[in-house]
Design a protein around this ligand. Structure first.
Ligand code: NIG
Ligand code: FE
Length: 398
């Protein structure tokens, strides 16, 4: 049992059973002033205002009047990768687009060749540096994708590394098989699509989800449909869609009951319509809009249409070399005009939903995991998005 007392603002309170917030509800969250929170067996046992009658013990934490909030949930990352792509950074500065870098054998294929040369142990060690960085920045639940192996052996190596991370860190980890990220070396396009389909049963032993990069120059809607059909009953889809073009990826994702469709830098009203009334959550990745100079997704329009929106980091070496969810939240406000509460819900409860963990993470709710950020005194939700680079975390609990 432990107690956090002297909480100035307890933020992110939701009643039991709310798995995501949509439309106007995305702009609301429960807040208590002068609060306490009791933790039992790693879960939120109770919270309230005023004086708490539970005994204070050595384990009790004095929040010193600061804010306590649920930790960040990052539903879309590619943090298991080898080496770096900083060599391509100069090409990018000199004006080459993401597609141009990829067509010269850079991009995902560059990461794949590095990963194929890297021993499993080394890959784990390199990836853990990023996992620790994310946890220190307040991320308590994360999804991690494969997709830099691009052949059966190396894809399974990635999935084993993700499983090992899952077993070793206090944060919640979800694993996604993204064999269909690019065409593996030595395969024709058609051969590789078949190879991905053939990898599914083995991948399903490790992974929770399947993803396809359904976009111009990568995988078509028809191929995505075939891959997801083969994965039916084995892996729930999460789709990369509409990053480079209006791809049809949203619609094929909805058809296959994807948990989320991600990126959405290029969206028309048809995508918003297609998502209404479905269990698929639109997820935007402002870090890749920032890094690649792409349009920011129309998060506000989705919310106006009554949908809920999640935001995630997309942490990867090619389009978003940052896993800083506080910066993601700030970009939600600054670039996508979300209110601080809308952006906060997007990086906590809704991003937990986008990786299927919102029954356990993403809000202050009795029974959920006590996966929390205690801030330094003086911070509130608006200020962490506004003054977006000043360190604000006193302690991350998970
Ligand atoms: O989500 N768009 C596809 N995949 C990643 C980028 C991967 C890479 O460039 O290494 C993304 O942006
Ligand atoms: Fe991605």
């Amino acid at each position: 049992m432990s107690l956090i007392y002297n909480i100035g603002l307890l933020v992110g309170i939701q009643p039991e059973g709310v798995l995501r917030v949509e439309g106007a509800a995305q702009g609301r969250t429960g807040i208590l002033e002068n609060a306490w929170l009791r933790i039992e067996d790693g879960r939120i046992a109770d919270y309230g205002t005023g004086f708490c009658h539970s005994e204070r013990s050595e384990e009790s934490i004095d929040a010193r009047g600061a804010m306590v909030m649920p930790g960040f949930c990052d539903s879309h990352t590619h943090i298991v990768y080898a080496g770096s792509r900083d060599g391509e950074f100069l090409d990018k500065i000199n004006g080459l687009s993401y597609e141009e870098i990829a067509s010269r054998g850079g991009g995902i294929l560059n990461s794949a060749s590095l990963l194929n040369k890297t021993q499993e142990e080394d890959l784990y060690v390199q990836s853990m540096v990023r996992v620790r960085e994310m946890m220190a920045k307040g991320t308590v639940a994360m999804e991690i994708k494969s997709g830099y192996g691009l052949n059966p052996e190396a894809e399974m190596k990635m999935l084993r590394v993700i499983r090992r991370i899952k077993e070793t860190v206090p944060a919640a980890v979800k694993s996604t098989f993204l064999g269909a990220h690019a065409i593996g070396q030595g395969y024709t396009h058609e051969e590789y699509v078949q190879a991905v389909i053939d990898m599914i049963p083995q991948a399903a032993q490790y992974a929770d989800f399947i993803d396809v990069f359904c976009d111009e120059g990568f995988f078509t809607v028809e191929e995505t449909d075939r891959i997801l059909t083969a994965a039916q009953h084995l892996l729930t889809p999460k789709i990369h869609a509409n990053e480079l073009a209006v791809s049809g990826g949203v619609q094929v994702g909805v058809k296959h009951k994807a948990l989320s469709v991600d990126h959405l830098e290029r969206t028309t009203d048809a995508e918003i319509e297609a998502l209404k009334g479905t269990w698929t959550i639109p997820t935007m990745l402002p870090g890749s809009s920032f890094f690649l100079g792409l349009p920011y997704g129309r998060a506000k329009d989705y919310i106006k249409a009554g949908l809920g929106v999640a935001l995630a980091s997309d942490y990867n070496p090619g389009s978003s070399p940052s896993g800083d969810m506080r910066f993601v939240m700030a970009q939600g406000c600054i670039k996508m005009r979300l209110t601080p509460i809308e952006a906060f819900n997007a990086v906590t409860l809704n991003s937990a939903y986008a990786m299927g963990v919102s029954a356990e993470y993403g809000s202050i709710t009795r029974g959920k995991k006590a996966a929390l950020i205690i801030t330094e005194p003086g911070w509130d939700l608006t200020k962490i998005a506004y003054q977006y680079q000043t360190p604000f975390i006193s302690k991350v609990i998970m």
